[in-house]
Design a protein around this ligand. Structure first.
Ligand code: NDP
Length: 422
């Protein structure tokens, strides 16, 4: 039924799908609703395109980073993420705001060379030819030089696999405003024949590494304990509980995974809104969290000499303001304008700052009132809509569920029925 699907027009694809899945007129209409991303463009972005998928886009507010205020576009389907980011950012702004730095932006390419007869000779040959190899890499992508970027350094590693020892050549490239995956892949493929000649091995694999540890951004915040005061807990107690929560995640991988998921709630949301490759950034962040040989929390929380709570987050941030499909995605370019972000380095620092604010919000809620209270008010609305509530009915059903402490589909349906709905 799907033979040659990729060659069909969108209308033909929808007709086939309609028959295959037994779609109703209403379901078909959902696929036919065009959003900000034109079908024509989307059809050139992926294969077998049938429609565009929408996620709510909101503004994370109150973020102050390096003295500049930001309204941060965030795309997420999860309730509470934006509210949490905005409330933690407000607290951090009252404490002087986020301080963010960047390590610079060198992306990494890898060439894996198998069957090298003499490792020491191979390493020496590459070291001697470093300048020529860098020139060859640059010759494969000359426009990057014109933009002030280009290949910068070659480092050789030895890796012991379960089967053999191999030589891995790392090429570090300054990719300017681009993430650089295609740029780097072009360069490492171009270098491979010369690397084979110098090492007498076979370059079986040439691709970028998503662990971009030469392109990191760091955010820190310092919050006086008295500002952490919550309804039924003193600020110092909240501070100490947050530090204990960090220690828990540092000692337990089950907790670390959730700690880090909370950080990525914010990081993914901002970078999805900016049209970035969130899979690449997630891969980088989780690999970096395990760089010590053990999966650990991405952020750290401690108390300084003055008794303030100090949070810090460093993540690899292979973000971009150009390249991929950013320029053709109308909302991605709009995000840059709304956030007033001028370059990829600023975006990297902003994303890490959002991640740290998100982390603070989650930890503070967890160690005080628990995460459910804030979560559930928005969750109640989604549940009410899922149960069929519309218009003013949504808030009414949500409030009744919250008051009863019962947020589930069957209760929502019961409320709608009691109020004369279907
Ligand atoms: P592109 O291949 O789109 O290259 C960047 C483009 O941006 C180039 O055409 C470049 O123009 C242009 N450009 C304009 N201004 C600038 C500037 N100031 N600095 C740099 N470039 C500029 O994207 P990338 O190489 O960044 O690759 C990213 C894409 O690769 C993403 O879509 C990603 O999903 C995908 N990808 C990811 C992989 C992974 O993560 N493992 C693997 C493979 C692909 P010019 O050519 O004139 O220099």
């Amino acid at each position: 039924m799907f033979a040659g699907y990729y060659k069909k027009t969108r209308e033909e694809r929808l007709a086939i799908l309609r028959e295959y899945a037994g779609l109703t007129d209403e379901e078909l209409a959902a696929l036919q609703a065009e959003g900000a991303l034109p079908f024509e463009t989307a059809n050139h972005m992926i294969e077998n395109m049938i429609g565009t998928f929408q996620v709510p886009l909101g503004l994370g507010l109150n973020m102050v980073m390096n003295g500049k205020e930001y309204a941060v576009p965030m795309a997420t389907e999860e309730p509470s993420v934006i509210a949490a980011m905005s409330s933690a950012s407000k607290l951090i702004a009252r404490s002087g705001g986020m301080v963010a730095t960047s390590s610079g932006r060198l992306m990494t390419g890898q060439i894996a060379v198998y069957g090298v007869p003499d490792f020491e000779r191979a390493k020496m040959a590459i070291a001697e030819q470093q300048a020529t190899l860098i020139d060859a890499a640059n010759a494969a992508y000359p426009s990057l030089i014109k933009r002030g970027g280009g290949a910068r350094e070659i480092v050789v590693r030895e890796i012991e696999t379960a089967q053999e020892k191999l030589l891995v050549v790392h090429l570090y490239v300054e990719t300017r405003e681009a993430m650089g995956a295609n740029m780097i892949n072009t360069m490492v493929e171009a270098l491979a024949p010369e690397i084979e000649r110098l090492t007498s091995g076979t370059a079986e694999m040439k691709i970028l590494s998503n662990l971009t540890d030469m392109a990191t951004a760091t955010a820190t915040c310092t919050i006086p304990a008295n500002l952490l005061l919550s309804k039924n807990m003193g600020g110092e107690e909240v501070r100490d509980r947050i530090v204990r929560a960090f220690a828990f995640s540092d000692a337990d991988i089950y907790r670390a995974a959730t700690h880090n998921k909370g950080i990525m709630n914010g990081v993914d949301a901002i970078l999805l809104a900016f049209g970035n490759d969130v899979r690449s950034i997630s891969a980088a962040a989780h690999a970096y969290a395990a760089k010590d040989g053990r999966y650990r929390p991405m952020s750290s929380w401690a108390v300084n000499g003055a008794g303030d709570l100090v949070g810090e987050l460093t993540l690899p941030m292979p973000v971009a303001t150009v390249g991929g499909s950013i320029a053709i995605s109308p909302l991605a370019t709009l995000a840059q304008k709304i956030a007033k972000v001028e370059n990829a380095e600023e975006l990297a620092m902003l994303a890490v700052s959002v991640g740290l604010a998100q982390n603070l919000a989650a930890l503070k809620a967890l160690v005080t009132e628990g995460i459910q209270r804030g979560h559930m008010s928005l969750q109640a609305k989604s549940t009410a809509i899922s149960a069929g509530a519309t218009g003013a009915e949504i808030d009414m059903v949500a409030e009744k569920m919250l008051a009863a402490g019962q947020i589930n589909l069957s209760f929502a349906k019961e409320i709608i029925k009691q109020n004369g709905g279907t």
